[in-house]
Ligand binder design. Structure first.
Ligand SMILES: [Cu+2]
Length: 487
């Protein structure tokens, strides 16, 4: 298929009106003019740009580089586009607000309110959990190494609480380790914590009452280094992974449970998790925090190899960075990794624990027990049995369980809420069926498509951006668009 033909078929799939086509063309050309390698029909342009090649590693196409001992092997020290003089890229935890502060005599003052909140795990599915300042996880505290902070904690929970500043080397009376170091903060009471921050890196705050932790009481506490981390990144994302056991028809977690049926990333459960959107060629940092009560999460990113650059204690010396596709994050551990987004597409980014890849949405792994048959009978007759279609088997549905929202049972309101977010524009029409529980998506978009998705108000048909990426970087002749969804 010629390029022109491919383009036409894209427009057909995309139904992105002529206006959009022109706009894309314009954005595309613009991107070419500014950063010849940073866009589109990229491979050849990228090859001729010195910036794109680092000892055989290209920031614009999948590549490993020549020598495992090279600084640029797998993109290890390939810098982002951001200039160090611009300071660190702003930390961004999708769906979680930042906690504002006031200055008083050089002290940054934050007001933190532990409270019961309603958190919408899925569209319309509001769970009663504990958080801070109307949010679960709590709002992000972001400061700079060397700051002095005063955190005014006012307890609006119906019970005593303690707040711990996880990882900070601070005066012991501010440690928040329950009655070991302080008296409880009674309901309605305020306690002031004030300390200097000499560390840098990924920290968090949380209640130091076990059951309150299980109810969701945690938030980021990010300390940007005085001297910006090298190499500079263009994106700095943060994701908090949590598990809850919320029985059918309930909205309150059973914090005593040993098993978990609801899984959230930044307070939302796949497919309601918000994709991480970045531009082709950028250097991206992701910080993960596993704040599940009891379960570890092996976190896997598709289509890229990342370097693990730090944990919650500190950044790791570069000589000890490890390249991975999957990083196990233990309970109350964080892990930071960085990669060059050199492979355009929509890449699933998920916990690899099977039970965490669904909210008891059984269809992805098949129903546990087939209708009218014991497992033995089923296995005996395997060859002669017709394939199982679990999508419409009411007998598998447990009232109130999230499997009700699986597949075709996703309601119109549900799907509207999913598609109302700009971050998902142009993704495949049925993408939501693949993103469940502890899953989200990393979208690596050429600059023009990034602008279309994140900054334009154009109509973008479902699947159009994905099809365009396949057209430019993949094998469009072998690509099939998603079937039209009913809604
Ligand atoms: Cu997991």
């Amino acid at each position: 298929m010629s390029n022109t033909e491919q383009r036409r078929s894209f427009l057909k799939v995309g139904s992105i009106a002529a206006a959009f086509a022109l706009a894309t063309e314009r954005l595309h050309n613009h991107a070419h003019a500014q950063t010849p390698s940073a866009s589109g029909d990229a491979a050849s342009a990228a090859d001729s740009t010195p910036d794109a090649d680092y000892d055989g590693f290209s920031r614009f196409k999948p590549s490993r580089g020549n020598d495992p001992d090279s600084d640029y092997y797998l993109g290890k020290l390939v810098p982002g586009f951001r200039k160090p003089a611009e300071g660190p890229a702003p930390f961004e935890a999708p769906d979680v607000p930042k906690l504002p502060y006031k200055m008083d005599n050089g002290v940054k003052i934050f007001e933190l309110v532990p409270m019961a909140v309603q958190q919408e795990f899925h569209p319309g599915v509001k769970m009663n959990v504990y958080g801070f300042n109307e949010s679960m996880p709590g709002p992000t505290i972001e400061v700079t190494q060397g700051d002095r902070v005063r955190i005014v904690v006012t307890n609006e929970l119906p019970e005593d609480t303690f707040v711990h500043w996880h990882g900070f080397e601070l005066p012991v009376q501010y440690d928040g380790a329950a009655t070991l170091t302080q008296n409880p903060i009674k309901p309605g009471q305020t306690m002031v914590f004030e300390f200097d921050i000499h560390e840098e890196g990924t920290f968090f705050y949380h209640s130091h009452v076990a059951m309150q932790e299980a109810f969701g009481q945690v938030g980021w506490f990010i300390v940007q280094p005085k001297k910006i981390f090298d190499p500079p990144v263009d994106r700095d994302f943060g994701l908090i992974f949590q598990n809850f056991h919320i029985p059918p028809t309930h909205t309150v977690s059973d914090s005593w449970a040993m098993d978990w049926n609801w899984h959230t990333i930044n307070g939302k459960s796949g497919p309601y998790t918000t994709p991480l959107v970045c531009k082709h060629g950028e250097r991206v940092r992701v910080r993960l925090l596993n704040f599940s009560p009891m379960q570890h999460h092996p976190i896997h990113l598709h289509g890229h190899t990342f370097w693990v650059t730090g944990h919650e204690g500190a950044r790791i010396p570069k000589t000890a960075w490890v390249p991975r596709n999957n990083e196990l994050v233990g309970v109350a551990q964080s892990s930071s990794f960085e990669f060059i987004a050199n492979n355009p597409g929509d890449w699933i980014f998920h916990c690899h624990m099977i039970h965490h890849m669904m909210n008891h949405m059984v269809r992805q792994v098949g129903p546990r027990i087939r209708d009218d048959a014991s497992v033995d009978q089923y296995l005996t007759n395997l060859r002669s049995r017709p394939p199982v279609d679990a999508s419409h088997q009411e007998s598998f549905a447990t009232p109130g369980y999230p499997q009700k929202m699986q597949g075709m049972e996703m309601s119109e309101d549900f799907m509207q809420a999913i598609w109302n977010r700009k971050e998902v524009r142009g993704m495949r029409a049925n993408y939501a069926m693949a993103v469940k529980g502890l899953m989200t998506v990393v979208r690596v978009l050429p600059e023009d498509l990034y602008d279309l998705v994140m900054h334009s108000d154009q109509q973008v048909e479902k699947g159009a951006v994905f099809a365009e990426i396949v057209r430019r970087f993949g094998d469009p002749g072998a690509y099939q668009a998603a079937p039209k969804m009913k809604m």
